[in-house]
Design a protein around this ligand. Structure first.
Ligand code: BDR
Ligand code: CA
Length: 338
């Protein structure tokens, strides 16, 4: 019997929404996650590694976790290129400590699992070089590990089936008016990956919001599944909504982790990887010419789409819209399994 599962490596800065994306991929029958690589971003790379190990343990799986780069390619080298580690620590305090947007720990035990000794970048280069069939890669954090791997071995871009990326916005940003967090957290890396020749599928802010904005009602539907992973994701998203409201909603005064019925959160990374499990979640995807600005000015980290149509050939597929019902149903089907 041929192995119908597609091999995949997941590169992530887990992280709230990364955790949901990774769980979904690990639970999918048609995907064989062969390795997980962690990267700086939402958290320190060490925290992301521990969270990845804990998710593998939670599901009782035996998948290696490799620790990757602790900061962006050019951190500290010139103005504006500071290390983004802990940049998501906010000025607002909670429990006597600065509140971080993403909880440092997912609160799951690692069961004594530890990361592999090999560096994530070396693992990516070795595995893709040796691959006899295409391996898909999902990247839901800053693209530092992926860009470093392409720098060491540009030819591996051709060994990737599809490189699913959570990054950029079509018309908007979230970290800056025009730049999305993953791209601006390592703008040089994102710019390099755009030019790598890999088959790119980009899930930008707007598409993710269309497919994966979770309301308290959606969370209750998840929790009603009654499985361990549904309980974990439900509680995680409740805490995430509370944290975001505590940080940004004027006059917010609800106790932890009571959530406002009118609030919601976008689970970006889930939306960006869902097409790898079921392409029908995408309702509008377009071949585009994509670049990322890394000139250090106001547009630093911005995804720039050249729609003039005559300049150069498209280098990426950009998701513009998603089937919200199918995207949410898919997550329910996966979380129902464990
Ligand atoms: C992206 O940045 C991170 O905060 C999330 O995990 C997601 O990958 C959204 O801009
Ligand atoms: Ca992420």
């Amino acid at each position: 019997m041929p192995d119908l599962k597609r091999k995949m490596i997941v590169d992530c800065d887990t992280g709230t929404d990364d955790a949901v994306a990774l769980l979904g991929l690990l639970l999918a029958d048609n995907i064989d996650v062969i390795g997980i690589t962690s990267v700086h971003g939402n958290l320190t790379v060490e925290e992301a590694t521990a969270n990845n190990l804990s998710l593998v343990h939670f599901l009782g799986l035996d998948i290696p976790v490799y620790q990757g780069c602790p900061h962006s390619l050019t951190a500290g080298l010139f103005p504006g290129r500071t290390s983004n580690t802990l940049c998501q620590t906010t000025r607002k305090e909670f429990d006597g400590k600065p509140l971080r947007i993403h909880e440092p720990s997912l609160g799951l035990p690692t069961g004594g699992r530890t990361a592999e000794k090999e560096h994530a970048v070396s693992y990516l280069v070795r595995t893709l070089r040796e691959a006899e069939e295409p391996i898909d890669v999902c990247a839901t954090g800053p693209l530092t590990n992926i860009a470093a791997a392409f720098l060491l071995a540009p030819e591996i871009a051709q060994k990737i089936g599809t490189l699913y990326i959570m990054g950029g916005g079509i018309h908007i940003g979230n970290r800056t008016p025009v730049a999305e967090a993953n791209f601006v957290d390592d703008a040089e890396a994102a710019a390099k990956v755009m030019l790598s020749g890999a088959n790119l599928m980009i899930g930008p802010i707007e598409a993710n919001e269309a497919g994966a904005t979770y309301t308290p009602e959606d969370i209750a539907t998840i929790e009603a599944l009654g499985t361990k992973s549904a309980a974990f994701v439900g509680a995680l998203l409740r805490r995430f909504i509370w944290r975001c409201d505590y940080l940004w909603k004027p006059g917010f005064s609800l106790a932890p982790y009571e959530i406002d019925p009118d609030s919601s959160c976008c689970v970006h990374d889930w939306a960006a990887v869902a097409p790898a499990i079921d392409p029908t979640v995408v309702t509008d995807a377009r071949a585009e010419v994509c670049r990322v600005d890394c000139s250090g000015g106001m547009a630093d980290g911005q995804l720039i789409i050249d729609r003039r149509g005559y300049f150069t050939a498209p280098n990426a597929t950009v998701v513009y819209d998603m089937d919200e019902k199918r995207c949410k149903q898919l997550l329910l089907e996966l979380l129902a399994k464990y």
